[in-house]
Design a protein around this ligand. Structure first.
Ligand code: E4P
Length: 218
């Protein structure tokens, strides 16, 4: 399972990478704009911080523009994967990128039908938006589970990359469903850490040890 972090904030990426669990970074135009960066500046900075792919989304909405941007992104860093929205133009762009050997996948995905088209197009990933599906009154985790199950049944090689994850309850359900990859905001990633019994246990050990200092200096 790959765990990506969904941000363009360099400090937060560096902090998350230090945890040793980050396989790459996902971005989108909102995230990059929010960080106050140019897209190229964001991608090159992120590529310096992580070993693994940097996912960069096209902003054009026409086929030629998407293809041009996805190809251009490849010049920015070694391991850039283009994110192409699941529109009719997006699938056509994906087909052209596949022909050209440009790494690309399908994003802004809300249905099993869209996921079939992505896999038939040999998309490197498909990114269903869990939180936004829930916002729309659907069951985001269940949609991911259905996509993953369908991919496993057919043996499609496209990775299911669950996105728009709002909390650890959704994340855990996705892990239990055996999802190929998740992308987490730094907040949701750090929410994986605390447990009251861990705090209690650590405090208990510290109290028992008292002021004896480091075992290396006994
Ligand atoms: C995925 O790659 C997207 O950038 C992201 O997860 C979208 O999440 P949002 O619904 O919080 O914008």
């Amino acid at each position: 399972m790959n765990l990506y972090i969904d941000t363009a904030d360099r400090d937060r990426i560096a902090d998350a990478v230090a945890l040793g669990v980050v396989d790459g970074v996902t971005t989108n135009p909102s995230i990059v704009a929010e960080a106050g960066l140019e897209y190229r500046e964001a991608v090159t900075a992120i590529a310096d911080l992580v070993e693994g792919p940097v996912f960069a989304q096209v902003v054009a909405d026409d086929v030629d523009g998407m293809v041009r941007e996805a190809r251009g992104y490849q010049e920015w860093a070694d391991d850039v994967v283009a994110k192409i929205p699941a529109t009719r133009q997006g699938f056509e762009a994906l087909a052209r990128l596949r022909e050209a050997g440009v790494p690309a996948g399908t994003t802004v995905v809300f249905s099993v039908e869209q996921a079939v088209l992505a896999a038939k197009n040999d998309a490197s990933f498909v990114a269903p938006y869990v939180g936004r599906l829930d916002d729309a009154g659907e069951d985001g985790v269940e949609t991911v589970r259905r996509i993953q199950s369908m991919y496993d049944t057919y043996g499609f090689e496209t990775d299911v990359l669950a996105a728009s994850i709002r909390n650890t309850t959704q994340a855990v359900a996705l892990y239990e469903a055996g999802v190929d990859a998740v992308t987490l905001s730094p907040d949701v990633l750090y929410d994986h850490v605390p447990h009251p019994k861990t705090d209690e246990g650590v405090a208990g050990f510290a109290a028992a040890w008292g002021d004896r200092g480091s075992p290396l200096e006994e």
